[in-house]
Design a protein around this ligand. Sequence first.
Ligand code: GRG
Length: 302
Amino acid sequence: MNQNRNTSLKVYLEAKKKIIDEALERHLPGEDNYPAVIFKAARYSVFAGGKRIRPILCLASAEAVGGHIESVIPVACALELIHTYSLIHDDLPAIDDDDYRRGRLTSHKVFGEDIAILAGDALLTEAFRLMSDISLMKKVSPEKLLLVIHDITEAAGCFGMVGGQVVDVQSEGKDVDREVLNYIHTRKTGAMITAAVKAGATLSNANEVELNALVSYGRHIGLAFQIADDILNVEGDQALLGKGTGSDAKRGKVTYPALMGLEASRKKAGELVKSALSVLKNFDHRAEPLRMIAGYIVERRS
Ligand code: GRG
């Protein structure tokens, strides 16, 4: 990526992250609610940092089809709440047993396993409380909102993230082929990324051609994102990542580098980005953030 593009991307990501962080602060109930510990634990993980890539993709997709980001912010925040729940549960002793996430101790290390499980449950449920808030229907069509809630539910559940996670844990230490690996990556990570892109476009009244192109963009960058994550687990910097590295190999996880090596993994991620860019070819300058994010997904260091 050239220097100007890098600067624009940085400015764009920082500005959108600020919007999302401020909205999350408004939408997530405070620690003054009862029972305080659950609000404290939920907020601990949500405000631990995080790139906010899913909500940013939702906003960028809305912009690409001429939508207003104000109308999609609550749904964008809900995507981040669901994502944060998945991280809390993923880190639990029964799953990946990780001590660090987003540069801090994981939820179960601070609050105990019981509250960490409940904090994840709380965030997942809060996401649906937020998306189904009647006030949102003044900004977007109720039919479109229902479609989006359905898409996000599918992406988060057994046909998406949870299904991918199940096959992931069951494949640890086993020889699995590329088909199974792709099932895991496209469901575990790709589904929510695709849903984020699709949600922004649907709520912004994208036409069918635009919607199909954006879903295809989401699928390509979703898989590229998880391949990049696999590569960072091998050769990333723990301090920048805010979490441990090397854990995939230790646990015998099925990953792109494990199956085909680092070089071929990088090549595959690069090809996916190229394909993602090519499906955006008929979009105008308003899709520029989506184009920049596609490149960022494989070049990021955290
Ligand atoms: C129900 C016990 C139980 C577990 C389910 C569904 C699930 C937990 C986990 C899904 C697996 C998962 C965590 C997928 C996401 C993989 C991934 C690339 C995470 C990192 O995302 P980033 O890089 O992280 O966007 P930040 O911290 O920047 O938000």
